[in-house]
Design a protein around this ligand. Structure first.
Ligand SMILES: Cc1cc2ncn([C@H]3O[C@H](COP(=O)(O)O)[C@@H](O)[C@H]3O)c2cc1C
Ligand SMILES: O=C(O)c1cccnc1
Length: 362
C-alpha cells in the first residue's frame, strides 16, 4: 500500500451517532429549535467529523497556502505575469498579503508551501520547500502533470496537514497561490461534475470578454485533448480516472490541497475550504475518497461561476457570500470565527433544564 492509499483507507465516514447527539443537544439549548439556522448544521458536521459531541473547539486554526505555477499561463488566460506567484510568496512570508491580515483576525497560523513555483525560492522561516516541478505543463496541449507528480503533490498536502495537526492545529484552512490557476480549476470542475466549460469558467483576476471567450476555449480544448469527457469513457467516480483528471488538468497546488483535505479527514480534523481553487481540489479529494466531504466546511462562495456548481456537487453550503474573488485562503479565514461560534454554542449555551427556562407548549 502506498502512503496515499494508507491515508485514504484511514478516512472513516462521519460519525452518524455523534451527529444525532449533536442534533438532540441543539434542540435542548435555550433557543427555539433551528433558530441558529445553518450554524446548527456546522456544529453537527463538526461533531460527525470528530466523532464526539460536543465537537472540540476548532482552535487553533492553521492556514496552508500551496503555491505553484501553470504551463497554461502561456495561453494568455490571466492578465498577470507568472512571476507574481513568486512575488506573492515573498509577500505572504513578509506578512503583507490579505491572507496575512485575515489570518491575524482569525488567530490562524500561516504556512506557505512551494509545491511547484517556476522560480527557485530562497529558504525562509514559514516556507516549506516541497517543489515537485518548476510549474506544470500546458494542460491544453496534453497532461499538465504525470500521475506520479500528482501523487507526489497529494502526499505533500497529506504531510503538511499531518504536521500542522501534530503541532496542535484543530482546524485546517486551505489556501492557494498560482497565477492562471482559475483555468485549471475550471477544467477540473468540468471533469468532475460534467458541466460545460462556458458554465464554469470565470474571469479569475479580471479579464475582458474576448479573453474570457478564449479561456473557455482553452478549458474545452483541455478536456478534449486529455479525454476527460463522459463520451471518452471518462468516469470520475473511478479512483484511477479521478487521479488521471487531477494530473491532466490540475495544478500542483490543486493536488496538494486535495492531499491536505485527505490528511485532515484521516486525522478527523475539520477543514475549511476557501474558494474555487479549493473547491475544485475538494472535488478531486472526494472522487478519491467520498467520505472526506463530511470533514469539509465551505468557508464561502466565491464570485467565480464554477464555485457554485462545485459546492452543489459537494453538497456544501457556503457560510459567507461577499463576492470575494481572491483565493489565498481569504474566504476560508473569514468563515473561521463563524465555525468557532457554532461550536462554542455546543459547549457553553445552557439547556432549558439547566437554566430553568420553560419550553414551548406542544
Ligand atoms: C496580486 C495578486 C494576488 C493574489 N492572491 C491570490 N490571487 C489569485 O489569483 C490567481 C488566479 O487568478 P487567474 O487564474 O486569473 O490568474 C491565483 O494566484 C489566486 O491565488 C492573486 C492574484 C494576484 C494578481
Ligand atoms: O475563488 C477564488 O478563490 C478565486 C477567484 C479568482 C481568483 N483567484 C481566486
Amino acid at each position: 500500500m502506498t502512503p496515499l492509499d494508507e491515508t485514504i483507507s484511514a478516512i472513516r465516514p462521519a460519525d452518524q451517532d455523534a451527529m444525532a447527539r449533536a442534533r438532540e443537544h441543539q434542540d435542548r439549548l435555550t433557543k427555539p429549535r433551528g433558530a441558529l439556522g445553518a450554524l446548527e448544521d456546522v456544529a453537527v458536521r463538526l461533531a460527525g467529523a470528530a466523532g464526539v459531541c460536543p465537537p472540540p473547539m476548532p482552535v487553533p486554526a492553521a492556514l496552508a497556502i500551496f503555491a505553484a505555477d501553470h504551463g497554461v499561463h502561456a495561453q494568455g488566460v490571466s492578465p498577470w505575469p507568472q512571476e507574481v506567484t513568486t512575488q506573492m510568496v515573498a509577500n505572504f512570508l513578509a506578512g503583507g498579503a490579505v491572507a496575512n491580515a485575515f489570518a491575524a483576525s482569525a488567530g490562524a497560523s500561516v504556512t506557505v508551501v512551494d509545491v511547484g513555483v517556476a522560480a527557485d525560492l530562497p529558504a525562509a522561516p514559514g516556507l516549506r520547500a516541497h517543489k515537485i516541478a518548476y510549474g506544470t505543463a500546458d494542460l491544453s496541449a496534453g497532461p499538465a502533470m504525470t500521475t506520479e507528480q500528482a501523487a507526489a503533490a497529494l502526499r505533500v498536502g497529506v504531510e503538511v496537514a499531518g504536521e500542522l495537526i501534530e503541532a496542535g492545529a484543530r482546524c485546517l484552512i486551505t489556501g492557494d497561490m498560482g497565477i492562471a490557476n482559475t483555468t485549471a480549476s475550471a477544467a477540473l470542475i468540468c471533469a468532475y461534475t460534467g458541466r460545460d466549460a462556458a458554465e464554469v469558467t470565470g474571469r479569475g483576476t479580471g479579464i475582458d470578454d474576448a479573453t474570457h471567450q478564449h479561456k473557455i476555449g482553452i478549458v474545452r480544448r483541455a478536456l478534449e485533448v486529455n479525454r476527460l469527457r463522459a463520451a471518452d469513457g471518462f468516469t470520475p467516480e473511478r479512483p484511477e480516472d479521478a487521479l488521471r483528471a487531477l494530473a491532466a488538468v490540475g495544478g500542483l497546488e490543486h493536488a496538494a490541497i486535495a492531499g491536505f483535505i485527505l490528511g485532515a479527514a484521516a486525522a478527523r480534523v475539520p477543514v475549511i475550504l476557501d474558494g474555487v481553487i479549493a473547491g475544485s481540489a475538494a472535488l478531486a479529494a472526494v472522487a478519491l475518497a467520498p467520505a472526506v466531504a463530511g470533514y469539509c466546511v465551505a468557508g464561502h462562495r466565491s464570485a467565480e461561476p464554477g464555485h457554485a456548481a462545485t459546492l452543489d456537487h459537494l453538497g456544501l453550503r457556503p457560510l459567507v457570500d461577499l463576492e470575494l474573488r481572491l483565493g489565498e485562503g481569504t474566504g476560508g479565514l473569514l468563515a473561521h470565527p463563524i465555525v468557532s461560534a457554532a461550536v462554542r454554542v455546543m459547549h457553553e449555551v445552557a439547556t432549558f433544564d439547566s437554566a430553568g427556562v420553560t419550553e414551548k407548549e406542544g
